[in-house]
Design a protein around this ligand. Sequence first.
Ligand code: HEM
Length: 417
Amino acid sequence: MRNILLHIHPAKVNAASISFTRTFGLGGMAALLIVIQIITGILLRFYYTPSPAGAYDSIMFLKNHVLFGQFIRNIHYWSGVFMLLIAFLHFLRVFFTGAYREIRKVNWLFGLFLLVLVVLLNFTGYLLPWDQLAYWAITVSTNIVSYLPLVGESLRTAVIGGKELNADTLQSFFTFHTAVLPLLLIVLVLYHFWRVRKAGGILMPETGDKPEMVPVMPDLVFKEFIVALVLLAVLFLSGALFNAPLLEKANPAYSMNPTKAPWYFDGVQELLMHFHPFFAAFIIPVSVIVFFAWIPYLKYDKPPNGHWFISDKGKRSAKSTAIFAAVVTVSGILFNEYIANFEILLQGIPAVISNGIVPLVILLGFMGGYYRFYLKSFRLSKEELVQAVFVFIGVAFIVLTLVGIFFRGKDMELSLF
Ligand code: HEM
């Protein structure tokens, strides 16, 4: 055991780097959740049948006739949800401590890839129960793919193996969920760990003094053990109290109302309510992903200092930008919903202009105005400016997702109650 741990960790680490508030143990928690997912996934596999005729009944059998069947299913479900949330928080932690640059930039890129894999694992798993929720959620999210220019329709057909979800869709989602994606995830996580070690551990602020070093065993391992126990306790409690969702068996002839994508895509679905699909499903998401991948490669004035939010100025500008982004996003949604719909307002103009370019230019105008009349007075460094853009995107995404999950009711109408 000691040997395994020392393969993952060096023998000694910087004492300050193992303080809980440095990493919040998020990377380690994500790793533990992968292990739990694999173990519970293997157990579920003993009963699950990957066919439209058998999938739902096999889940019902597991639920009603297998000792701890429902509990194991709940743990698998909740650890998937937690993994997504924790990997996202880890991504934020790495960004806001500036650990995405220089020697760590390749690991940042691999981290982004890991995040995509975690989303795909959740997504492919979502379909497997083959109930109404799964069937219609995957139908609307794969419909989003068809909005991609030129290749959209054929890509959707390739992903689901036909015009509508069918036995081949379930079979291929099952193969990706249980073999291809987990294997990729394991290999990439191991590589990710290796790169953390290669970078000399996590990024720490320079103090000028020689750092105090402590042995990994027991100092770090003890803390990891406590974090793991707390995570397991929360997970088990969630599994005991809240069942993984399961509605009636999928019925392709009767759609759900509202038909929502899985919760992590509800932000994109919400964006589709306000922008032309070419912008909501392609231009905006692709620009955001390119921006995330590009930020380590921008030219900065100073090396990363490892401080949370870079500096006091960085922290203040991030806070103001978060408030600005929340206000702009909520106002934009309400304006578009209740006051003016550009597509109706500018009838006669192609929708890609009236409902794509026009709202995007207005949004960029607001961002430009905010920078010119407020943010500029902070005299931000390039790194602090990139951080402000990141905060804007992050907050807008979170607000869109929350609105999509909690405030869209029947017929996808905005409902506040
Ligand atoms: C399955 C998902 C992931 C796992 C299991 C994982 C695991 C870890 C672990 C254990 C560490 C060591 C320190 C810590 O706990 O923070 C770490 C560091 C790091 N991770 Fe991840 N990670 C994942 C996803 C990501 C994502 C989504 C990103 C960003 C796009 C990322 C980028 C990084 C970087 C750059 C470091 C070095 C941080 C530093 O030097 O301070 N990782 N990761």
